[in-house]
Design a binder for this molecule. Structure first.
Ligand code: ATR
Length: 478
């Protein structure tokens, strides 16, 4: 067989086959395909003759069908399967060839794999790909890590298949080794927070405002014409408008209220805990899903007299606008926390990540695509060292405009007994960030009392300890 393909895809389940079709539909690409079980390969070839795939039944044949430098994108299950395919390819690939993992790998696995593969002078690129099935087919947001040299070859191909937002392809070289998968992980974490916030807004509109799902769908459609414009708001409006074909009830009312997850939200929070970065909105979103799934505990909760009060709503329009403002402010906090986590990860792993570029490539193709990302991109373009998105002029004004409504909504929802973990934690984070003094001073005092952990003083350098069980005098320890 002649080595005619400029790119190959291994793994032809839904994401892999859609990505292969996307690649084949762009001019200049000739796509080789391979799947462990040959049925998927045959089906794809039969169903999509227009793609003119070069199909192989064996990995040897697949590798032989790739022109040099060979580039193969792996789209198989994360974990063991990915390792197996990387091993098979790296045994056959040669110097300067490029292996791309387009799956949802944990970035630490990507760092390990990059080390192992690059020791053989083969490039390894962990690329986060977001946008689900449709994104893979029509244009995803792509977050490639790996070396700059690899990206020189890979970049044009990825640009050819990526989503386009305002005439720019939604792909950029994120940074070395695991940077791409790290950023994809945080993307998913932000997605968790964004979804939870929208769900809380829905819950308030429904329980306090008495709106039904169709009415809330209309509200969201209106919101989608403003600063909240985003894919997630758009699809939520669609979900709420859906009527169950079996019962005639709103579909949302017949779906079991136990949210699942595939783990990237958990990874985000675990890593943020390790990095000491407070992603409280994302954590609350993950925990809200956990709580929703605790079926036995929820079913066993006693009837409490918990002091819930009725939320008196005098003006329905003003109430809806307050909820919108609270959602927008909370969303800004969630994104600020997510971008902080990327910054912290970059510092820890020596990645030179351009946060403004990350915001830009999330404007199209991915699940959190939104108008609002232009504002984030602008903020980092104006000041690449911005300490927090919440310190950017645009976002300061947005929060100031929303703050009153935000506080009203958080306090009144609490009084009404409506759970709002993400709304409330976002507001507390904001208040914590801007507080002149935090009660952390007292925590330090407590730690010094029981563990002699020492404390610093506001008025002189050094570390100090109070002799709590002695004469309570203070000694300097450092
Ligand atoms: P999706 O979520 O898109 O449906 P996935 O579950 O992430 O897909 O990955 C499934 C793919 O991984 C399939 O192409 C599968 O190959 P088979 O069709 O032969 O099952 C592939 N896969 C799983 N384990 C593999 C392994 N050990 N070696 C090679 N490919 C493997």
């Amino acid at each position: 067989m002649s080595a005619a393909a400029n790119i190959g895809v291994v793994g032809l389940a839904v994401m892999g086959s859609n990505l292969a079709r996307n690649l084949a539909s762009r001019s200049g690409n000739k796509v080789a395909i391979y799947n462990r079980s040959v049925e998927k390969t045959n089906d794809l070839v039969a169903n999509h003759p227009e793609a003119n795939f070069i199909a192989s039944d064996s990995i040897d044949e697949f590798v032989a069908s790739l022109a040099k430098p060979r580039i193969a994108i792996i789209m198989v299950q994360a974990g063991f399967a990915t390792d197996a395919v990387i091993t098979a390819l790296s045994e056959r690939f040669e110097k300067d060839d490029i292996i791309v993992d387009g799956g949802n790998a944990l970035y630490t696995d990507t760092i390990r794999r990059e080390k192992e593969v690059s020791a053989k002078n083969i490039h390894f690129v962990g690329a986060g790909i977001s946008g689900g099935e449709e994104g893979a087919l029509k244009g995803p947001s792509i977050m490639p890590g790996g070396s700059k040299e690899a990206y020189e070859h890979l970049g044009p191909i990825l640009r050819s298949i990526a989503a386009v937002a305002e005439d720019e392809a939604c792909v950029t070289h994120i940074g070395s080794d695991g940077a791409g998968h790290f950023v994809k992980m945080i993307h998913n974490g932000i997605e968790y927070a964004d979804m939870q916030l929208i769900a809380e807004a829905y819950d308030i509109l429904r329980k306090a405002g008495g709106l039904n799902p169709i009415e809330i769908s209309r509200v969201l459609t209106e919101w989608n014409a403003g600063e909240l414009e985003s894919y997630l708001i758009e699809i939520t409006a669609e979900v709420l408008a859906q009527v169950d074909q079996k019962t005639g009830e709103p579909l949302v009312d017949v779906i079991l209220d136990a949210a699942g997850s595939k783990g990237t939200g958990v990874w985000t929070v675990q890593n943020a805990l390790d990095l000491g970065t407070p992603v409280s909105g994302i954590a609350e979103a993950v925990f809200a899903r956990s709580l929703s799934s605790q079926a036995a505990q929820r079913a066993g909760a006693p009837e409490y007299s918990a002091g819930d009060t009725i939320w008196e709503i005098a003006d329905q329009g003003a109430f809806i606008e307050d909820v919108r403002q609270a959602l927008y402010a909370s969303k800004i906090v969630a994104y600020a926390q997510g971008f902080d986590a990327i910054g912290a990860g970059a510092l820890e792993n020596n990645w030179d990540i351009n946060l403004g570029e990350v915001a830009k490539i999330w404007r199209g193709g991915c699940i959190i695509r939104a108008q609002f990302l232009n504002r984030i991109s602008d903020a980092y373009r104006q000041d690449s060292k911005l300490l927090s998105l919440l310190f950017d002029g645009y976002f300061i004004r947005a929060i100031e405009d929303a703050a009153g409504a935000w506080r009203q909504v958080v306090s009144k929802a609490s009084l009404a007994g409506i759970p709002i973990p993400a709304f409330a934690s976002s507001l507390s984070y904001f208040d914590g960030l801007r507080a002149e003094r935090l009660p952390a001073a007292l925590v330090q005092g407590q730690r010094d009392f029981f563990g002699a952990h020492t404390y610093k003083r506001v008025d002189m350098p050094g570390a100090f300890h109070t002799l709590w069980s002695g004469d309570k005098s203070e000694i300097q320890t450092d």
